[in-house]
Write a protein that binds this ligand. Structure first.
Ligand SMILES: NC(=O)c1ccc[n+]([C@@H]2O[C@H](COP(=O)([O-])OP(=O)(O)OC[C@H]3O[C@@H](n4cnc5c(N)ncnc54)[C@H](O)[C@@H]3O)[C@@H](O)[C@H]2O)c1
Length: 336
């Protein structure tokens, strides 16, 4: 199969490209930036907002994994979110008319659900969609366009609602976009300070500052009552498996699937484990900003696609330690 991967230079796209190539598929990448290293069969550096280049990107491909997107939760980025994730997806779908694609896979997100206030748990695909972030709204609009075009032009689509997805080494990297502020005290303070001030942010920063030191430390994010957060993080390697099944499995056509790990994890268990393997100090901190406590069901993908995730949070942490710095050296490295 010849596959166009939009977002081929990103976290999931770059790993997906390598996986598809290793399994005999041909890959054409499309992204704003060149992948590093570029080992793709073909690469087009372009922008979803520039419609002319999209015809060239789609020319002669059998399948599309549409992963290119902008992710931000900052109020200043709302316009850009809608431009890239909604207009960009619309442009790609328009260009796909008449291309006779065998499959169009759209990377949506668990944020199409009201993850902060679910109607029931675990959240399955039948759960009402009600995004609580502009990013989640752009993904829901993307889904609706994909379905609508799919039905109108006979495009065999599949929608995947990705859980939060990380390459394992990001988990222990205080500078990483997601995991830094999720698990590290100073990174969380920096993130909160970058948002417009609010009483909830001020209270949260004050709680973090009580334990902060110059050396980076871990924290267990808890809600104001002291209950640790609970969420699902998917290893990018499992996400690649899900996207590959969505591209190739007959049962995927016309369906929407949650793709993620088998279970969510409680932050106290996972962060205490991070502390034990890294030697970093850990603190419980009550935050007053948005708190997470949810479980999502991947039963449908397991049943219909044979999706079988291999990496839980503890295995990801082990891999992060061994691939990033080697056991024992972690605390020393990040205090430098
Ligand atoms: N990583 C997660 O936690 C997560 C969770 C839910 C959904 N998703 C979705 O999965 C997909 C892949 O996620 P990821 O973690 O690999 O993201 P990523 O940010 O690592 O990669 C996205 C890629 O899209 C490219 N891109 C952005 N704007 C573009 C444009 N206008 N034209 C062309 N390329 C553009 C970027 O350069 C980047 O390489 C995205 O659609 C994302 O919204 C990710």
């Amino acid at each position: 199969m010849k596959v166009l991967i939009t977002g081929a230079s990103g976290r999931v796209g770059s790993m997906l490209a390598r996986h598809l190539q290793a399994n005999g598929h041909q890959v054409r990448g499309f992204d704003l930036v060149e992948p590093s290293p570029n080992t793709l069969d073909e690469m087009i550096v372009g922008d979803l907002l520039h419609t002319k280049v999209l015809n060239r990107a789609l020319d002669g491909v059998d399948g599309v994994a549409h992963l290119a997107a902008f992710m931000s939760w900052h109020p200043k980025d709302v316009t850009k979110l809608f431009e890239i994730n909604v207009t960009g997806t619309y442009n790609l779908l328009q260009a796909a008319r008449g291309c006779n694609l065998q499959r169009f896979v759209f990377a949506s997100s668990g944020e199409v659900y009201p993850e902060l206030n679910p109607a029931y748990l675990p959240i399955d695909e039948a759960h009402p969609t009600y995004p609580t972030s502009p990013y989640g709204m752009t993904k829901l609009l993307g889904e609706k366009m994909v379905k609508n075009f799919g039905e109108q032009i006979g495009l065999p689509f599949c929608i995947l609602r990705f859980a939060h997805t990380q390459a394992a080494p990001e988990l222990l990297d205080p500078d990483s976009f997601f995991s830094g502020p999720r698990f590290f005290v100073n990174a969380k303070i920096r993130q909160l300070r970058s948002f417009p001030p609010s009483p909830a942010i001020e209270k949260s920063v004050a709680a973090l500052q009580q334990v902060a030191t110059e050396q980076e430390q871990l924290f267990i994010a808890c809600n104001p009552d002291g209950q640790p957060y609970r969420m699902a993080i998917c290893d990018a390697r499992d996400m690649i498996q899900g996207v590959t099944l969505a591209l190739t499995h007959d049962n995927a056509v016309g369906e929407t699937f949650n793709i993620g790990p088998v279970t969510s994890f409680d932050f106290d268990e996972a962060v205490n484990y991070m502390a034990s393997v890294t030697g970093l100090p850990v603190h419980k901190v009550h935050l007053h900003t948005t708190s997470y406590r949810y479980d999502a069901s991947i039963d449908k993908a397991m049943r219909l696609l044979g999706y079988s995730p291999q990496y839980d949070i503890f295995r990801m942490i082990d891999d992060a330690v061994s691939t990033q710095v080697g056991e024992g050296a972690y605390a020393e490295r990040i205090s430098c």
